[in-house]
Design a binder for this molecule. Sequence first.
Ligand code: SAM
Length: 441
Amino acid sequence: MAEQTESSKAEYHGDGQYNADIVAKHYNQLQESGREARTESRIFYMRNFNNWIKSVLIGETLQTLKKERGHRGIAVLDLCSGKGGDLLKWKKGDIARLVCTDIAGTSVEQSEVRYKEMLNRERHKDQVFTAEFITADCTKVRLREMYKDPNMKLDLCSCQFSFHYCFESLPQAQMMLQNAVENLQLGGYFIGSTPHAQELVHRLRESPDMSFGNEVYRVTFDLPDKENIPLFGAKYNFHLEGVVDCPEFLVFFPVLIKLAEEYGMKLRFKKTFADYFNEQIENQEHRVLLSRMQALEPYPPEKDTEPMGLKDTDYKSADEFLQEAQQRESSDDRYRSRPQKIGTLSKAEWEAITLYCVFAFQKVKDMKTGETWSGSEVLSVEGQEDVSSVDSKRKRPLDKASTSDVTEEDVSSEGVDSKRKRPLNEATPSDVIEEKVAKSS
Ligand SMILES: C[S@@+](CC[C@H](N)C(=O)[O-])C[C@H]1O[C@@H](n2cnc3c(N)ncnc32)[C@H](O)[C@@H]1O
């Protein structure tokens, strides 16, 4: 396993060692909970739902890559790979090569052990992808210099639930982005999931103080005022029941899009988890996976089982939905004896889930040679944001600018999910989930 070297440390330009240490310590100490403990967790279904989102995003991107360039060995960088939670997804995706990297050394060691165990279970070991594991602060050191082969060509970089750590400063965001994309082939993808800055700011502005949340999550901003939010270093503490309790930073997408352009990357899509779910659940395979991964809570719960959330507040919309369905179906003999059961999520979990978005960038230009990608544009361009605002409206350099310089409109208008009338945090699972799942059953 490669360790962070003195020479690579010298690449560090920022001043946020304090936050990096907190984050690394937090994730290193986080115990890998057994299956039983996970099942009992208040956010059991939310964790499974998030895992489903990752599975679908990774699976769809690998399929796109294979369609665009055939089935030759795919090489992947799992940026901020944690304890290797996505190893099985890479195996299922039949990739050829994987690089896992994370700031938390203990997590990297655990992921390497997990990989070796996975390999040992295989009869045909040579059919499983090869892997290397690197401990590094990906916002401060250049990963390329730590690869076994610095010229290795990658097809995909996946950064799940982690990109937000780099928006502490402009140099850190640039280094993370460079790490994500510099070894990508033309046509290669950079995908990820991250908190949705516009939604976070929307909820912050609705709150009477600098904090908002519910029984499963809490976000507390460390900012002097709600209106003039800096583009980098907009720090908040994110607490998620038993899983996360760390400083994070808002990722303003118009800024990210602009930075990514400098590396030849073009945004293919950015979607809220709610919109992405809505879109992907139309696919039968994804519906089957949703059920296999236990990503929704059966409701009403089985006999002698309590619901995960609070009966009175968390399942109002599920109850309304069941009542309406019952009324609709009471006139139809076919449904009379059928017990009414749906898949849902407690309101508290849904409020936490709807803080996130998924994104995909594609390398469309090699900045060294000027060569451009001429492949088919298979992924949708929905969610493309107007990046002209970053340049035209900005009066100050990026690292000194604030949301009022560039993203006032984005920040205030994007708190509403495109397909719904209610703001995301007021919407309930019934707006999205029950309808879809009922349709599929
Ligand atoms: C929420 S976990 C996600 C882990 C994994 N991607 C997954 O989806 O299971 C966030 C990860 O980001 C890592 N991380 C945070 N800051 C980092 C940095 N500066 N460089 C590398 N990894 C970092 C943490 O150590 C942690 O493993």
